[in-house]
Design a protein around this ligand. Structure first.
Ligand code: UDP
Length: 316
């Protein structure tokens, strides 16, 4: 790609801010857009004096008026943790529909590539395991998680429509559980929640009996996947996640080990429609992008727990 400028929607979020760092490190200019309902300026503070970075505080559902050339639009704008999207159900549905279209329109107007951050939630509570991109999913369209799952499914559909009928060069990443520095301690997801609980001397809340599984991908691996996907010619969705699957109970034990704190475990009710199993089949990413996760779970936790510890020491 020649001239290089990216617009990152959701740049103040967890993954969006890491993407901004990566694109800047690759020599790109970056315009970050975020309305800060779940993102935080703190994630971008270190870029305050970076001449190639600009920030626009705006709801991405509103028309995106961006002067000058744009080569890539990366859409990472959405509440993404269950407690965030349940706290912001309408914003989640709007950003997953109107917001995605607004990003697609910008890409169309600028002749830019568009990358949608989709999600493993499009597979719902999957009946196929591990999940391949060919699986259509098992989503409850009227359950509480639907505000996120169905918005993301719509996001994929409208992205494909812009690809087919408007000739926009699109990419779709189906992102599985991702963790690392800059997750909000209070976003409710299992990684920040349990690590913060241990460090605060509280009990670890395991939902259900803890036998449900997830597969955790370290954020740097995710960003490498996004970088490769954008630069590829792959228009079909691609799973980006780490296939290292574990039960939530095993994850809680890992939190004790990595914090060095023998926190007790308390069991709490399983949220409605909580997927029982989740593990990506990443064959497509391997074959088409030459991508595979490079950071295993133990190493990723070693890079994450100290960051949470520092954040808590700084006031949470
Ligand atoms: N979970 C848990 N305790 C918590 C938060 C989450 O046991 O304090 C469980 C949750 O029920 C799910 C898994 O951990 O089975 C991952 O939840 P998370 O919210 O991180 O992401 P999800 O994959 O459900 O979107």
């Amino acid at each position: 790609m020649g001239e290089r400028r990216a617009v990152i929607l959701g740049a103040a979020g967890f993954i969006g801010s890491h993407l901004a760092d990566r694109f800047l490190a690759e020599g790109w200019s970056v315009l970050g857009v975020d309305n800060l309902i779940t993102g935080t300026r703190r994630n971008l503070e270190h870029l305050a004096r970076e001449a190639r970075f600009d920030f626009l505080e705006q709801d991405v559902c509103l028309p995106l008026e961006v002067a000058g050339p744009v080569d890539a639009v990366l859409d990472f704008a959405s509440p993404a943790s269950p407690i965030d999207y349940l706290a912001h159900p309408f914003e989640t549905m709007h950003v997953g529909s109107l917001g995605v279209e607004s990003g697609l329109r910008l890409a169309e107007a600028k002749g830019a590539r568009f990358l949608l951050a989709s999600t493993s939630e499009v597979y719902g509570d999957p009946l196929e395991h591990p999940q391949r991109e060919s699986y259509w999913g098992n989503v409850n369209p009227i359950g509480p998680r639907a505000v996120y799952d169905e918005a993301k499914r719509f996001g994929e559909a409208i992205t494909m429509a812009y690809r087919r009928y408007r000739r926009v060069e699109t990419r779709i990443a189906r992102i599985f559980n991702t963790y690392g520095p800059r997750m909000r301690l209070d976003d409710g997801r299992v990684v920040p929640s349990l690590v913060a609980q241990a460090l605060r001397g509280e009990a670890l809340t395991v939902f259900g009996d803890g036998s449900q599984t997830r597969s955790f991908c370290f954020v740097d691996d995710n960003v490498e996947g996004m970088w490769r996907l954008l630069r590829s010619d792959v228009g079909d969705p691609v799973n980006i996640g780490n296939p290292e699957e574990m039960t939530i109970l095993r994850f809680a034990e890992a939190v004790r080990r990595h914090t060095g704190i023998a926190a007790p475990i308390v069991f709490a009710p399983l949220p409605q429609d909580d997927p029982r199993l989740r593990r990506p089949d990443v064959s497509r990413a391997r074959e088409l992008l030459g991508w595979a996760p490079a950071v295993d779970f133990e190493e990723g936790m070693r890079r994450t727990v100290p960051w949470f510890r520092a954040r808590l020491a700084a006031g949470g």
